[in-house]
Design a protein around this ligand. Structure first.
Ligand code: MN
Length: 128
């Protein structure tokens, strides 16, 4: 089963995204901030990370850059999710090492399509 680490500090957004992903057959692990995300990754490296860029404490850009520098997590695709509808965010996210970008509010089909495209290229044959 494809394991997705969902890093999101907003409980409603977390709930929405995890329901969508679980219904689609993914295993979802929740982390409310960067510290929780790092503990989870330490225990088990996920197949994909959905990264809210606006997090309390260490933000998603910083965490993404750090994960991309570490050999253990460098190849894990990171999908950026942000509510900042600001121009330049996508470029900034890709610059930090994100493989994809989604703007909030989350659109179910767009989320699933993007997630599928990112986990299908990792070669483990996982995913629903
Ligand atoms: Mn946030």
């Amino acid at each position: 089963m494809t394991r997705i680490l969902l890093v999101e500090d907003n409980p409603q957004n977390m709930k929405l995204a995890s329901v969508i992903l679980r219904k689609a057959g993914y295993e979802v692990i929740a982390a409310a901030d960067s510290d929780e995300a790092e503990s989870s990754i330490e225990a088990q490296v996920p197949d994909l990370i959905l990264m809210d860029l606006g997090l309390p404490g260490k933000d998603g850009y910083t965490l993404t850059r750090e994960l991309k520098r570490r050999p253990r997590t460098a190849s894990v695709p990171i999908l950026a999710v942000t509510s900042y509808a600001m121009k330049g965010d996508e470029a900034k996210a890709r610059d930090a090492g994100c493989s994809g970008y989604l703007a909030k509010p989350i659109d179910r089909l767009e989320l699933l399509r993007t997630v599928r495209s990112l986990v299908e290229t990792d070669g483990d044959g996982g995913g629903p």
